[in-house]
Design a protein around this ligand. Structure first.
Ligand code: FAD
Length: 603
């Protein structure tokens, strides 16, 4: 039987696996990706890419390609609740509420906090784009229509049996490590991973279709409209969203409509009943949608008890699954891959020790715990909104009365609208989760704590506080070099650490160069300030850096801060040596260097 050898085997060609492939290629680490299907999926699935995901894409060189085709922020900057899309009854086509979303409209702080805007690009188009980018970087590194049949592992590596699905031919792949980006159906159960949490919450149906809805969709900026009719409620009355691909306003060519069934409702798999139900919910009896695909999706909020099983790492949906509210599924999957890839690359290149790989779980699992519980909360919030609107479940008559009172030009109407305004103050957690998206941080992992406390987080997830505290994402500030604007987040890349220092950071600069040599790693020393390599004309970085002009901030290859020091140290080299050793989980480099052992090999 043929055998192929590769440092990293990636199973699954969804957003997680493809991001892992591209990131590893960018880091110079070879990988092989196996995907069961002949081509990327045919359902839109997730479509919201948050700022952090776009920062990851910016770092690995795919953001421009995404932005060139994706839906610009201005077209996804509003979320609405309406009674129906069409119809001419007294309560039809009325808007209960509209809220700014994802950094659009009044949410101006988003653009100050990142070089990237959030955008909308459904998986059905994102996956082919990522596939193209992955193949360009690693032409022999992707095998579609191939599936993982079984695998075993020992202390030296993983041996996987792969089947080419068309011919049935089988071969083995010997890999140092395997990333389970398979959505959780194959590898997790095989390694004994337990998914804990709430499952079977609802059965979601997604109808993906082409139609001209411009006559009825009257807000070009709205990304999604929730319908609440007297018989339904925000989930069961349906959610309609734009998908583009070339028109992003009311003339969007493609749409998706989600609605729910109880998991035990026999009608949920009866496709002939779906379009009539959709017509009824939208109040568009003449609708003749050109159906592209229909998908079923059981909403759950679960997380794997462990992420690492020897040489196998669970990532993306294999490690956690969320309700779709707040759009955390795909975004977390991309961010898992990004966190894991630089660690695998470092360990494979013997720049980091095996313990560095343990930090993938200790860093990412707590983030998933928070994200899963957040998505469950925002999922539940819809019941609150329904009540705020005046829906009385199971009592159409009472609901109709409440809806009429809501829209009336009366004192009661004004009170009802004010009440909903208060309720939406809770519901905004779903579309204004700026801090949840950018402010997550790692408490335990490949970082060196400086004993400070994290800034207090906004419990509603909105207000983000940038900080250079170790474990947090490096704050964004625009700098300038050779008349070119560069974000602080552009300084790290290609597996390089960055030591950011100020005009008085000479001792750190010298220590950085020596430490890089002792560890045989890429470490860029960057000076920011007046008469430095990068200027900080607007004083943004000066304001954000939280260290003095003679201090230093060490940024990891994934743009999270690994260590910082507020000011100069007489023992700068030993201090930095200690920090790198703790981050890379290996013995201090200088000790080895002084023994004359170079380049350093990690045991
Ligand atoms: C119908 C639907 C609608 C969704 N809507 C939303 C939404 O609106 N918002 C949101 O945030 N999330 C949504 N999600 C969830 C979101 O799509 C996932 O969170 C995201 O796809 C996770 O990416 P992933 O790469 O981890 O896994 P996946 O995208 O599931 O990719 C896993 C890949 O592994 C492959 N694979 C599995 N087993 C094997 C094997 N043995 N050998 C080879 N390949 C294998 C599969 O074919 C698949 O391509 C939706 C999901 C579905 C199914």
């Amino acid at each position: 039987m043929k055998q192929r050898r590769v440092p990293v085997l990636i199973v699954g060609g969804g957003g997680c696996g493809l991001t892992a492939s591209i990131t590893l290629s960018e880091l110079g680490t070879d990988s092989l990706l196996i995907e069961r299907h002949p081509s990327p999926g045919r359902l839109p699935k997730a479509r919201y890419l948050n700022q952090r995901t776009m920062e990851v894409f910016r770092q690995i060189g795919v953001a421009d390609a995404v932005y060139a085709r994706s839906m610009p922020l201005e077209y996804i900057s509003r979320i609405r609740w309406c009674t129906s899309l069409a119809g001419d009854g007294p309560l039809d086509r009325k808007t209960f509420y509209a809220i700014d979303s994802f950094g659009g409209g009044s949410l101006t702080d988003y653009s100050a906090d990142s070089p990237c805007k959030s955008t909308l690009y459904p998986q059905v188009r994102l996956e082919p784009l990522l596939r193209e980018e992955a193949a360009r970087r690693n032409p022999d590194g992707l095998l579609y229509n191939h599936e993982l049949v079984s695998f075993e592992q020992d202390e030296n590596g993983v041996t996987a049996l792969i089947r080419e699905r068309e011919s049935g031919a089988e071969f083995t792949v010997a890999a140092d490590y395997m990333i389970a980006a398979d959505g959780g159906r194959t590898i997790g159960p095989a390694v004994g991973s337990r998914l804990e949490g709430a499952t079977n919450l609802v059965d979601m149906v997604t109808v993906y279709f082409r139609s001209d809805l411009s006559e009825w969709w009257d807000d070009d900026h709205a990304m999604t409209t929730w319908f609440v009719n007297p018989e339904g409620g925000s989930w069961s009355s349906g959610v309609l969203g734009k998908l583009g691909p070339t028109r992003f306003d009311r003339h969007s060519e493609e749409w998706m409509f989600h609605f729910t069934f109880r998991p035990d409702d026999p009608a949920r798999f009866d496709e002939s009943s779906l379009v009539p139900r959709m017509r009824e919910l939208l109040k568009l009896p003449e609708l003749e949608p050109d159906i592209i695909g229909i998908g079923h999706w059981v909403v759950e909020g679960v997380i794997a008890d462990r992420y690492r099983f020897g040489r196998v790492f669970l990532a993306g949906d294999a490690a956690h699954r969320h309700p779709p509210t707040t759009g955390l599924g795909l975004n977390s999957a991309v961010q898992d891959a990004h966190n894991l890839a630089w660690k695998l690359a470092a360990v494979i290149a013997k720049k980091g020790a095996d313990g560095l790989l343990d930090t993938y779980e200790s860093e990412r699992r707590p983030v998933a715990e928070r994200n899963v519980s957040w998505a469950l909360l925002t999922f539940q919030n819809h019941q609150l909104t329904d009540v705020g609107i005046g829906l009385v479940r199971g009592n159409g008559e009472a609901s109709r009365k409440n809806f009429a009172a809501f829209f009336a030009d009366t004192d009661e109407g004004r009170t009802r609208r004010a009440r909903l305004n208060q309720v939406i103050g809770v519901q905004r957690m779903e579309w204004q989760a700026h801090d949840l998206e950018l402010g997550f941080y790692y408490d335990r992992g490949a970082i060196v704590s400086d004993g400070t406390f994290a800034p207090e987080r906004d419990p509603m997830g909105g207000r983000y506080t940038p900080t250079t505290r170790p474990g947090h994402r490096l704050p964004h500030a625009w700098l300038e070099k050779d008349k070119r604007r560069v974000s602080t987040l552009d300084l790290a890349g290609n597996g390089s650490f960055v030591l950011i220092i100020g005009a008085k950071g000479d001792a750190w600069a010298k220590a950085g160069v020596e430490a890089a040599e002792a560890y045989d790693i890429r470490l860029r020393v960057v000076t920011v300030g007046d008469d430095c390599e990068y200027s900080d004309a607007e004083r943004c970085w000066t304001h954000l850096r939280e260290v003095n002009e003679d201090g230093a901030v060490l940024v990891r290859p994934d743009n999270h801060v690994g260590w910082r020091c507020a000011d100069a140290r007489a023992d700068a080299l030993a201090t930095l040596d200690d920090a790198l050793a703790k981050i890379l989980k290996r013995p201090p480099g200088l000790v080895h260097a002084r023994d004359g052992r170079r380049p350093l090999a990690v045991a």
